[in-house]
Unconditional design. Structure first.
Length: 546
């Protein structure tokens, strides 16, 4: 086994608390619910759990609008429940990572309330990005920036005299005011938050919008287009003045120093939607430990595209001596079991509705299983999103009136938003809410077909996606695939991506038809049933290297 720090080859499982398990039947998942299901994660074989936000919040962006960074929202439980979850996980050999949201708070945060109640120019206002408007009476926003969730990125406030006054910046929803990172008080406050959770024993932080925080001096207007930046940061010649500013790295270095005060290999993981070369800057030796590799997530199911994504990701990270991470799904993107099931090329949209082009569920699952096997054979660490071990598809027929993602309202109902990947997990096929909780309540409706995907329908079933994940994690550990180094194998048919890693030959056939493979190859694990000498289309197989 590798003697490197745990995180270099870890498999980390993302729990989205509101959709994982509900302990009290109110239809919203909670921390005691997570604790009650830890056995499932231990049996799956993951090294760590990353918890999406569970902090006090008015929940306008499912908790990514934080009103208090150092407590638990009563919706999810108490700090004691958090401690129980963490000690339970630790006893089962799993670490716990929490989410930290430094670009913005909730408008319910006491500091923002104080800022609103204080006059322009006050110390309270200086905690956030307040500016005077343009135009004769300040009636125009300070810049032309748009919010990631659509609409303007600025909202005008009413001052104490009852008149319209300054504007505040929110790169996301208007309920998520951006912190002013030019203010040292903001730095101090966040370092205290880091210490609060480190003292409680967390193994690290997933840093939300790690490329945000600092905005370019003078707040220049921007002619670029945000949608294309998110889809392909390399494509945009105009770099946004509110993302990926050099000053971000000073904050990260400050945080790394705090982390370094603690023992136990704690980590910082960047969520930064930036171009791959810039991404490597987030994992320089004195910065974060990891950054999500969205290049792999965005790659099409195509051998050349996958090979390119893998090669450049590893090469980019090699320039700074950092290991790579791999990820296929999270709470912001269409689940890969559906994303890979589109017959046509789709950009990475953030939601599908009943009237949109639908993915092929069977094809999507077949490719998803293969893409997962490929991912889990790559050196570095891998991130899994709850439900993907069940092969769960995106829910594409949510009733529009059940949608909760702020994008849906802010886009004037032109973008569905991300609710389709956030539908509560099915645990038991024949129970109310499919075992999500003790009642039939579920904050987003679960489709009837979720029964087929339930944990109890797949556990110990030969060929089920759950058993595939369990075997894959065990085999990955056995062969230390997370700690190896890949060597491409070029002697396969077009449409195939193949490489050796630590004595395992990984062959992914992205084409629709079977390809022949040497008959002496001995399969250890495959995404679909394989016969000697042949590998079916849309599949991946791990063989012993010969
Ligand atoms: O996401 C950051 C981000 O910019 C994208 O993932 C974005 O939310 C998505 O593409 C919009 O369509 C993080 C969190 O993961 C996300 O859930 C939050 O909503 C967002 O930050 C704001 O905190
Ligand atoms: Ca609950």
């Amino acid at each position: 086994m590798s003697t490197e720090p745990w995180w270099k080859h870890a498999v980390v499982y993302q729990v989205y608390p509101r959709s994982f398990a509900d302990s009290n039947g109110d239809g919203i998942g909670d921390l005691p619910g997570v604790t009650s299901r830890l056995e499932h994660l231990a049996r799956l074989g993951v090294d760590a759990i990353w918890l999406s936000p569970f902090y006090p919040s008015p929940q306008h962006d499912a908790g990514y609008d934080v009103a208090n960074y150092r407590d638990v929202d009563p919706l999810f439980g108490t700090l004691a429940d958090f401690d129980d979850l963490m000690s339970g996980a630790n006893e089962l050999g799993m670490r716990v990572i929490v989410d930290i949201v430094p670009n913005h708070s909730s408008w319910d945060h006491p500091d923002f309330k104080a800022a609103l109640a204080s006059p322009p120019g006050s110390a309270e206002r200086a905690m956030y990005m307040f500016e005077n408007g343009k135009g004769e009476h300040g009636e125009l926003p300070p810049t032309n920036w748009s919010s990631v969730f659509h609409g303007p990125a600025w909202t005008r406030v009413t001052e104490a005299d009852g008149k319209l006054g300054q504007w505040y910046l929110h790169l996301f929803d208007s309920s998520q005011p951006d912190w002013n990172w030019k203010n040292p008080a903001v730095h101090e406050d966040f370092k205290n938050t880091l210490r609060f959770w480190l003292d409680r024993g967390v193994a690290g932080f997933r840093v939300d919008v790690a490329h945000g925080m600092v905005k370019a001096d003078g707040l220049p207007d921007w002619q670029g287009d945000l949608t294309s930046v998110m889809a392909d940061p390399r494509a945009n010649i105009h770099k946004p003045p509110f993302f990926n500013q050099p000053g971000v790295h000073d904050i990260i270095r400050e945080w790394r120093k705090v982390i370094n005060e603690y023992d136990g290999d704690r980590i910082l993981v960047a969520e930064a939607w930036v171009d791959p070369l810039s991404l490597a800057n987030y994992v320089r030796p004195d910065e974060m430990h990891q950054a999500f590799n969205f290049t792999y997530l965005k790659a099409k199911w195509d051998s050349a595209a996958l090979r390119a994504a893998i090669t450049t990701s590893i090469a980019d990270n090699d320039t700074v001596g950092a290991p790579t991470t791999w990820v296929l799904s999270n709470h912001d993107v269409i689940r890969h079991a559906s994303r890979l099931g589109f017959a046509i090329d789709v950009k990475l949209p953030d939601g599908i509705g009943a009237t949109d082009e639908q993915p092929d569920r069977e094809l999507g699952l077949q490719r998803a299983r293969a893409a997962t096997l490929l991912m889990l054979s790559l050196p570095g660490s891998a991130y899994l999103y709850q439900g993907e071990e069940l092969g769960l598809p995106e829910v594409t027929d949510l009733p529009d009136d059940s949608r909760q993602d702020p994008t849906w309202e802010r886009s004037g109902h032109t973008e569905r938003g991300r609710d389709g990947c956030r539908v509560p997990i099915p645990w038991a096929s024949n129970s109310p809410s499919f075992g999500f909780g003790p009642s039939s309540n579920s904050w987003l409706p679960q489709p009837a077909y979720f029964a087929e995907y339930a944990v109890d329908a797949q556990a110990n079933e030969d060929g089920s996606t759950l058993e595939l994940y369990r075997s894959a994690l065990a085999t990955r550990r056995q062969h230390d695939l997370g700690g190896g180094k890949i060597e491409w194998a070029d002697d396969f048919a077009p449409g195939v991506a193949a490489f050796h890693n630590n004595g395992v030959l990984v062959v992914a056939n992205t084409s629709a038809v079977a390809v022949s493979v040497p008959t002496e190859l001995q399969a250890i694990l495959s995404s679909t049933a394989v016969e000697t000498g042949s590998l079916p289309g849309n599949s991946c197989c791990w063989y012993l290297s010969v």
